[in-house]
Write a protein that binds this ligand. Structure first.
Ligand code: SF4
Length: 330
């Protein structure tokens, strides 16, 4: 199976059967500037989601998080209430106004100064972040290449656990794979029917203390590796940003980068649903399904007549269905 389809099915499986946390919020393609994970599971609870809800359905970006986490409970001049951001205050003022528009803090002007106070304390709303790398065709050579990336993940410890999901070959997983992958990383074997077996359990990584960023890992024994430290505060901030994006997007946001308005686009399998191209007669990848696709055919206007443009045609209906599924998770 192509990596994209495999990734969506791993997401669906994690949402349904993840063993950890009351509610697994699952998202795709999240991480930092240097590293993007295929699948992210943000383990939370009903109570955690209730506490996060007053901050709105959209994510809090890094500037909004700064304001949300530091806003005082009683009125204060913003420059005295908030710690030095380390960047120009005008960005903080902009974030304060955006936060007030979103309703989680209040502002007023006193003697020309902006004062603020929070309406809600930004909560500890999730427990753990788990990263899953999806590699359906993982032979020994690919496993060795992937092992380097995984060593970075383990050394940094930004996620609490790191896993690799791969297609099982027969009823065993390639022994060379077990040798190549760092012992801290868990391995999931996924069958054609999408039964998932744990082949190797991961170790919990020290996500709340400092980590090591590997800048260079030479192949030979003579050259020195280069490292730098990642402090615990940076990790905490990044984890929050990733969790916020997972909260906003979920894993069904794939429709935003595909063409559900093409008449060949279908959604199949209520477990997902997953995208399917009637023209190709198979699941299409996100890269294939774009305006550049030679077989792209816009929905005929007659499909849109009832309720259009308010409700749109089947393409809009597909987006609404995916959106509704995502909201049910929150
Ligand atoms: S024909 Fe192309 S654009 Fe249309 S659904 Fe298939 S892959 Fe997507």
């Amino acid at each position: 199976m192509k990596e994209f389809g495999f990734e969506l099915r791993v997401c669906a499986w994690a949402e349904r059967a993840w063993d950890g946390g009351e509610i697994p919020l699952v998202a795709r393609q999240l991480g930092t500037k240097r590293r993007r994970w295929d699948t992210v599971v943000c383990e939370t609870t009903h109570e955690g989601l209730d506490r996060r809800a007053p901050f709105g359905e959209e994510r809090l970006d890094s500037d909004l998080l700064f304001v949300a986490r530091n806003a005082p409970s009683s009125w204060a001049y913003y420059r005295e209430a908030l710690p030095d951001p380390g960047y120009p205050w005008r960005y903080v003022r902009d974030a304060i106004h955006r936060a007030a528009d979103r309703g989680f803090l209040e502002t007023r002007k006193r003697s020309g100064r902006i004062e603020l106070r929070r309406r809600y304390r930004y909560p500890e709303w999730f427990d753990r972040l788990v990263a899953i790398e999806n590699k359906p065709d993982l032979d020994a050579a690919a496993a060795r290449a992937l092992a380097d990336q995984l060593r970075h993940d383990v050394a940094l410890g930004l996620a609490d656990e790191v896993w690799v999901a791969t297609e099982s070959t027969g009823d065993s997983v390639e022994p060379a794979l077990l040798e190549a992958i760092p012992v801290e990383v868990g391995i999931l074997a996924v069958s054609e029917e999408f039964d998932v077996d744990v082949v190797w359990n991961p170790r919990t990584l020290p996500s709340t203390s400092w980590g090591t960023r590997i800048l260079e890992l030479p192949d030979d024994d003579r050259s020195a590796a280069r490292f730098e430290y990642a402090d615990a505060k940076w990790k905490r901030r990044k984890r929050l940003e990733i969790a916020e994006r997972a909260y906003e997007r979920g894993w069904r946001s794939y429709a935003e980068t595909m063409r559900p308005d093409c008449r060949q686009f279908e959604l199949r399998d209520p477990e997902g649903p997953f995208p399917y191209c009637a023209e190709k007669g198979r699941p299409q990848t996100a890269a294939e399904c774009s305006g550049r696709c030679p077989a792209f055919e816009p929905e005929p206007p007659s499909w849109r007549q009832h309720g259009w443009p308010i409700e749109g045609g089947p393409g809009s209906a597909a987006k609404r269905l995916l959106e509704a599924k995502r909201n049910r998770r929150r």
